[in-house]
Design a protein around this ligand. Sequence first.
Ligand SMILES: *[C@@H]1O[C@H](CO)[C@@H](O)[C@H](O)[C@H]1NC(C)=O
Ligand SMILES: *[C@@H]1O[C@H](CO)[C@@H](O)[C@H](O)[C@H]1NC(C)=O
Length: 495
Amino acid sequence: MSFYSYLVCLLLVLTINISGHIQNSHSFSIKEATIQDIQQAFKDKTLTSRKLVEYYIQQIEALNPLLKAVIEVNPDVLDQADQADKERSKGGSFSGMHGIPILLKDNIGTKDKLNTSCGSYALVGSVVPRDAGVVAKLRKSGALIMGKASMTEWGAMRSSRLPSGWCAITGQGRNPYYLIGNPCGSSSGSAIAVTGNLIIVSLGTETDGSILCPCSHNSVCGIKPTLGLCSRSGMIPIAPSLDTVGPIGKTVTDVVYVLDEIVGYDEFDSEATNSSKHYIPKDGYKQFLKKDGLAAGAVIVDKLSIPNINSVLNPALSGESQVERFVLKSSLNAYIEGLVYIFSSEEKTPTYGQEMLVAAERTSGKIGAAEIKVLEKMRKLDKDGFVTLMEKNNLDAIVTPASQFSTVLAIGGHPGISVPAGYHPNGLPIGITFGGLRGSEPKLIEISYTFEQLTLARKPPFYQMLTKPQYTTTQEQGITSSNSDPLIEMITSSN
Ligand SMILES: *[C@@H]1O[C@H](CO)[C@@H](O)[C@H](O)[C@H]1NC(C)=O
Ligand SMILES: *[C@@H]1O[C@H](CO)[C@@H](O)[C@H](O)[C@H]1NC(C)=O
């Protein structure tokens, strides 16, 4: 994209700032509003779901040509909005997500007019057997399915040369703070759309870093839940022993509103979600949105180290890359066999190739003795490393800059929450990640919420580089991509 087309986009942005606010007699502004604000406006009858959805459709039309965060808008979303408005007008009690639109990463299946394509032309036109487990739960809560978000194609499993945030269908997703900056992936569109006010909340998925990293790079909050807390059924998989699905929003509160509606058992992902009942607190997660999460006596334990951290962080040493390869083949083949219909159009491969998919295809795709050994090695690395460290030191959470700790959380199925923390002088945001042992979401929510309320670091996008003439097509790596040992600080509460 040339500098001149950026100027055109800048004009669009300015127009949106003037006309994009839907205001009414009570001066309610949707931009940067939270779910709580919106639910209050519904109650006060100063806003309807239809008005809300119309606002986001308008935002997508104006900003998506620049940001490329959205692949498809659901043709039925306005009808869903009208239905929600009708239900509320009759009175009663509703879930926190009732009447709220949500955007889904393009690897999360919906049985409706939307395509589920992983950003790839190869799956456009395919018909899924049913809604993904989390989508079924969202529909039940009264949430509105807004559409599909762009992503790093195939969850970055197509080719190592594929830039983060690029997929064939939309092209390169843009970081709204620093337009030549890395938006990070693979849930890139889900994070960009939320931060750019193209939607209020979204779902992303994470195998290793795919929620935490784009949240950090786009100044939004995201939860990568404990493995098994939320169903992965109907999600285009990478490796079921690592895959998770979780919410993205501008505030910790917004993501908790979504989390409350997507957790729990699903018969189509029964083995993993069977454990969810041990994790979900009675009365849900909103009760942990309280400011004393870092109670007066929080103790910071510094300079602790995980003895096997170098093996853990190196996917070739830990076995993570092997697992992704041999499991990708079997899980992807199972997904494709489960489709009701597959219309196989040609993948747009010449640009970046597909050597990772080819490497996966060359494996047996079967879980034999050698593969089980690799999986056991990963479990042992987790147990001897992170789990032992947390238990021995009686730690509640571990805090790291950006998403550098995602691999440690990934191999053990542990949860993490990313919260906006600040900005690089070039405009690129950076987040902070709080991670903990399986099932520690309540504590992590308390800590993240307190951190957020004390810092209030998030700012709306800057759109830097829109006005600077030195546009370069170089894919700039984000400030967080480094293979050095992460700076690790531990937090433990004194009580
Ligand atoms: C799904 O893909 C088909 C084929 O490209 C397209 O015609 C259709 O409009 C897409 N669906 C939506 C909701 O965009
Ligand atoms: C779920 O857990 C129960 C015990 O809590 C067990 O009896 C049952 O077999 C498990 N189901 C699956 C599908 O793993």
